[in-house]
Design a protein around this ligand. Structure first.
Ligand SMILES: [Zn+2]
Length: 276
């Protein structure tokens, strides 16, 4: 045992003595104390092997949904998560939820979400949230070579009207945040929000911004919060716990080829990173 470990042990001992009611055991949490937010992208109708990035197959997605349901998870929307978080004690890391919750989020607005995800949401009566690149939702948008088609406003509205999907802001053109162009980034995020407000027929109860490629800084998060974004999604691989700020919601990337049990293991690893 090195000196650092000894000092940490001594510190822990005294903290337990000082704060006995709260306890100090880092691993003293359950699946009811956090909410994993899963991040997906494109879905395909054929089988996909592990190692193909974030592209997943329709059957893989369904198997994951069934496994999570079987494990007792209840699928909630980001708006539900927002409500769980706003009315709570922000000092308590453990959420102590009534059920085991999980959120599904899909980035980039691929048409495959409509083709494969939407029928599954209806089949299982579960919710998911989609973050779109707003300039690509217009019928006039011409995809780049090799780019998978994106959903247009009428498709997004059809899904939103079902009540199973909410549509949020994934920027105007998917340009990554760059510290040297902070104000420009804000202007574009606000323009994208205007496009969502203008084109979506279902009024959203909260405003969510999903960072392209997860790039952000505390300064940017503070700014977007000030400009009215209630929730901001990142790609930090952790779970949402009681002390997680709504302007920095971490998400777990779901990889190609991963089955439901592997996904549950990934959730548990992300929880360990959050609590330990
Ligand atoms: Zn993206």
């Amino acid at each position: 045992m090195n000196i650092k470990k000894i000092l940490r042990a001594v510190l822990c001992f005294f903290l337990v003595l000082i704060f006995p009611a709260q306890g100090f055991a880092a691993d003293n949490y359950t699946e009811y104390d956090y909410v994993p937010v899963l991040m997906y992208h494109h879905i395909v109708g054929i089988n996909v092997k592990a190692g193909d990035g974030t592209v997943i197959s329709e059957s893989q997605l369904e198997e994951q949904i069934k496994t999570l349901l079987g494990a007792g998870y209840k699928f909630i929307s980001l708006y539900d998560l927002y409500n769980l978080k706003v009315n709570r004690d922000w000092n308590n890391k453990k959420m102590n939820n009534k059920e085991k919750y999980v959120c599904l989020t899909f980035d980039d607005g691929y048409e495959s979400n409509y083709e494969y995800l939407y029928p599954l949401l209806k089949k299982y009566g579960i919710k998911a949230d989609v973050s779109v690149i707003t300039s690509r939702c217009y019928d006039s948008y011409v995809p780049n070579e090799g780019e998978n088609p994106k959903m247009d406003w009428s498709t997004l509205n059809e899904m939103a009207q079902s009540g199973l999907v909410q549509v949020y802001n994934h920027s105007l053109d998917h340009e990554k945040f760059n510290v040297n162009h902070g104000w420009e980034f804000i202007q574009k995020a606000l323009k994208a929000e205007d496009q969502l407000n203008w084109n979506l027929t279902v009024k959203r109860k909260i405003h969510v911004f999903t960072y392209p490629n997860g790039f952000t800084t505390p300064w940017m998060q503070k700014q977007l919060k000030k400009y009215g974004f209630d929730m901001q999604l990142t790609t930090e691989s952790k779970v949402v716990c009681g002390t997680t700020p709504l302007y920095g919601v971490p998400r777990i990337t779901v990889s190609s080829g991963e089955d439901g049990q592997q996904l549950i293991k990934e959730i548990k690893k992300a929880a360990a990173r959050t609590f330990n």
